[in-house]
Every structure is written in C-alpha cells, then in structure tokens.
Design a protein around this ligand. Structure first.
Ligand SMILES: Nc1nc2c(ncn2[C@@H]2O[C@H](COP(=O)(O)OP(=O)(O)O)[C@@H](O)[C@H]2O)c(=O)[nH]1
Ligand SMILES: [Mg+2]
Length: 300
C-alpha cells in the first residue's frame, strides 16, 4: 500500500465478523508502544471475557460431542458436562434472543464467586482429555466453536485461578465481538527523513447486524484494509448457520470494492489466520468449498 505523505490518514478496517480486525488493531497498538506491552490494568479488563470464552468453548464442545458422537460423552463425564450446562441454560431462551453470542448465565458464572470457577477446572480438563472429544474435534466444521478454544482450554488452571491477570497473548487471543466503532491513532514516518504522519485506524463491528453503521465511516478514507479469514472456508456464519463464511466474505469484499465512494481509495486485502489455515487444510479439502480451486486443480 502506498500512501502519499499527508498529515492525517484514515484507514478503515473492514471485513466479516471474526476475521481478525480487532486483533490487528490490538497488534498495531502494541507495535507502537515503547515497551510493546499492555499495562496490567488494560489486561485485567479482559479477564472475565477470557474466562467466558473458555467456558463457552467448553459448552460448545460438549454439546457437539452429544450431537455428533454415538456414545456422547462417556458416562462418568455426563454429570460433569451437565454441571457446565446448568450455568449456561438457566435463562438461555431469554438471553439467546437478545444476544446470540454472550449468554447471561455464563457471564454470571464467570463474574460470580471464585470457588465456582475453581470447581470447574477439573471438569474442563477431564473432558478435554477424552478421546471422543478429540474425535469430534476433527469434525470442527460441523459445529460452532471459537477459534482460540485450543489455546485457552488447556490453560484452564491458570485462567480460573483467583489471582489471574491475562497475559498479552491471552488478550490477543480473546474474542469479544465489536459493537462500537473504535479508533486508534498513532504517528508514523514513511521515510526515515520524511515528515511525521498521523494514522487513524478505524475498527468496526463486522457481524451483519453492525454493517449498517459502516457507511458513517466512509468519508475521508485514505485506504481500506479488508480482512478475511483464510481458515473459515469450511465454517458456517455465526449469525446465519446455513451460510458459508468464505462465501459471505467474498461477497462482502466484492460489495466494498464496487462502492462508488472507494473508487479512488486504496483497498488492501489481508488474508488472515494463516496458522489456522495450515492446521486445517490437511484434514478438510479446500476444493470441496471452492469450485474455482477444484477446477484449477483438475486442469493442473
Ligand atoms: N489463531 C489465530 N487466531 C486469530 C488470528 N487473528 C484473529 N484471531 C482470533 O480470532 C478471533 C476473532 O478475532 P477478532 O479480531 O475479534 O475478529 P473481528 O470480528 O474481525 O474483529 C479472536 O479470538 C482472535 O484471537 C490469527 O491470525 N490466528
Ligand atoms: Mg472486532
């Protein structure tokens, strides 16, 4: 991307929900700090969300096991699993309607007495070690589970400990859907001897419900950074479960590129989640989800 030296540049981060926009913003924020760290106070803010991420992933995993595995979770663990669910399902019907991602009851558990969480540590680890769970995980594309679950679940002891303060990596792995536009501003020289430019990076909510608000950010944009997740090709959209994520991303990208207001604006496509793509592509045939790729492969 080539930006002319100007005093101020606005760069818009666009892309579907979960593509990684906010994580990129957090990384840019870190890169422009002297010590490359978030302060303990900043990290503490993420504590409950990370605990929620972990517990929610566990519930998603247990539910998937019960649905996809013939035996379900083995007998001894059914009780443990149901304990996890009691936290989630107390007022599921109420909260799901209002907020499909954050369930109220789970949040209550996370913010509740520390003994509640500590009691769950063993249950989480027992389920995580189960062979059936490992088998079900190979069928990941068939159910919904957040990307960072494999990072968070094995660290449950540390995360549920009373004195837990998230690390910088924990913060980068944390999933909290963006509801309000966020602005990050920093100064950057494009050439060692050039003038100092101010870069304003705008992060928006990517889920369908938030895209109507994008238009308010479309003026005075120097560049659009469109983020798409490489690893989502076999996943279904969080907000519409019969819609493939890659199709959603491609159509959204086409839509952004064809907007009249961006006719003279630089648009950069950033293909994110390379690490997850590498892990996944051996087990899940990319060609099954991309007719263009399938055709090219056959010709080659
Ligand atoms: N493994 C991995 N996870 C990522 C990467 N980029 C983002 N994530 C995770 O994907 C989830 C969604 O990212 P987020 O930045 O909230 O997406 P947004 O909705 O586009 O803002 C978070 O849990 C991130 O930690 C990546 O390159 N690799
Ligand atoms: Mg976001």
């Amino acid at each position: 991307m080539k930006l002319k030296e100007r005093l101020k540049h606005r760069i818009l981060l666009l892309g579907a929900g979960g593509a990684g926009k906010t994580t990129i913003l957090r990384q840019m924020d870190l890169m422009h700090r002297k010590d490359k760290k978030f302060t303990p106070q900043e990290r503490s803010v993420f504590r409950d969300t990370i605990r929620y991420n972990l517990l929610n992933s566990m519930c998603q995993l247990v539910r998937a096991c019960n649905e996809l595995c013939d035996a379900g979770i083995i007998e001894a663990e059914t009780e443990i699993a149901s304990r996890l669910f009691t936290f989630e399902e107390q007022d599921e019907s109420q909260s799901r309607k209002k907020c499909p991602v954050l369930s109220k009851a789970l949040r209550r558990c996370v913010a509740g007495p520390p003994e509640d969480l500590e009691r769950l540590t063993g249950s989480v680890l027992t389920i995580w070690k189960d062979v059936d769970v490992k088998r079900v995980l190979r069928r990941r594309s068939e159910f919904e589970i957040m990307d960072s679950f494999a990072y968070f679940i094995p660290q449950v002891k540390r995360i549920f400990a009373r004195d837990y303060v998230p690390s910088t990596v924990d913060v980068l792995r944390c999933r909290k859907p963006t509801c309000r536009n966020t602005l990050l501003e920093f100064k950057e020289r494009f050439r060692a001897t050039g003038p100092m430019n101010t870069l304003q990076i705008v992060d928006v909510g990517g889920q369908r419900a938030h895209r109507g608000k994008w238009i308010h950010q479309f003026s005075n944009v120097s560049a659009v950074l469109f983020v798409a997740s490489l690893s989502e090709y076999d996943n279904l959209l969080e907000e519409k479960r019969n819609r493939n994520c890659m199709t959603e991303s491609l159509e959204l990208f086409e839509g952004v590129c064809s907007l009249e207001c961006f006719r003279d604006t630089e648009i950069v496509l950033l293909l994110n989640k390379w690490d997850l793509f590498q892990e996944k592509v051996g087990n899940s045939d990319f060609g099954e989800y991309s007719p263009v790729y399938r055709k090219t492969k056959r010709v080659a």
